[in-house]
Design a protein around this ligand. Structure first.
Ligand code: HPA
Length: 272
């Protein structure tokens, strides 16, 4: 047993004490998408600082609390705030919250993020269901001794993003007349945005969107047998496609689409 196992167990025990019934789904909120934390009813909010070993983020737009409550008749755990590789955390720390969710018995996890659009058919505000990812972080959250309690040494990654959950996103989009696109998410370190040459490279290798999160959590979630859905909010077109990028614009676009984003999430959760 690794010390990470014990840390995850400690945090899982603390979450169980405060969360009520085991959530059916966990939702990780990306940059500027924090408003969904207000969606659960009959909720309890726990600041990350009150949970043992739980990493906290320094990035504006990442609040840092776990909110457990009901959404569309389902028990949901909302992780408002995540930590990133570019903050200097190692990937074991980046996936800590994901592992805790799996250990308390959560079977489905929805990973959301803000991302730059590479596919020319996208625009600022497009919601993209992640069909697959390309991990360009140069690292992997499973590096190091494998803890068999978490999952196998060499987990299969053929279907990281659940076909079943992706179909639920499509069905929700249709039912609510919310346009939903699909694509491949490339995970880069950041924190600098890409150069135009890197964006051309990413397009060539098959990426539709680029961001700085999600892939590690998706890998750890699959390692532990959870079903994963990824949703990117295209907050800007990637570098070299339109205009220089800045975090304020990322936050502003995310704010602008929050209504459709929340509605999409609610519809998916209802179907899970
Ligand atoms: N690149 C990387 N990460 C991002 C972007 C981007 O253009 N937009 C939001 N997150």
């Amino acid at each position: 047993m690794t010390s990470m196992w014990q840390w995850v167990e400690d945090a899982a025990a603390a979450v169980r004490e405060r969360s009520g019934d085991v959530p059916e789904v966990a939702v990780v909120l990306g940059s500027g998408l924090g408003d969904f934390a207000d969606a659960p009813t009959d909720s309890v909010s726990v600041p990350y600082a009150e949970l043992p070993h739980w990493p906290t983020s320094s990035v504006p737009g990442h609040a840092g609390q776990l909110v457990c409550g009901n959404v569309a008749g389902k028990r949901v755990a909302v992780l408002a705030g995540r930590v990133h590789f570019y903050e200097g955390h190692d990937l074991h720390t980046v996936v800590f919250a994901t592992r805790v969710m799996a250990r308390i018995g959560v079977k489905n996890i929805i990973l959301t993020n803000a991302a730059g659009g590479i596919n020319a058919a996208f625009a600022e505000g497009t919601l993209m269901v992640i069909d697959d990812h390309i991990n360009l972080l140069g690292s992997n959250p499973l590096i190091g001794p494998n803890d068999d309690g978490f999952g196998p040494r060499f987990p299969d990654m053929t279907e990281v993003y659940s076909k079943r959950l992706r179909a639920m996103a499509d069905a929700t989009g249709e039912a609510k007349a919310l346009p939903v696109m699909h694509g491949i998410y490339a995970a880069m370190h950041g924190p600098s945005y890409e150069t135009p040459a890197e964006v051309r490279f990413l397009r060539t290798i098959g990426a539709d969107a680029v961001g700085m999160s999600t892939a590690p959590e998706a890998i750890a979630a699959r390692h532990m047998g959870m079903q994963v859905l990824g949703i990117s909010c295209i907050t800007n077109m990637a570098a070299g496609m339109r205009k220089p990028l800045n975090h304020a614009e990322v936050m502003e676009t995310a704010r602008r689409v929050r209504g459709s984003f929340i509605s999409l999430l609610e519809g998916i959760i209802e179907r899970i």
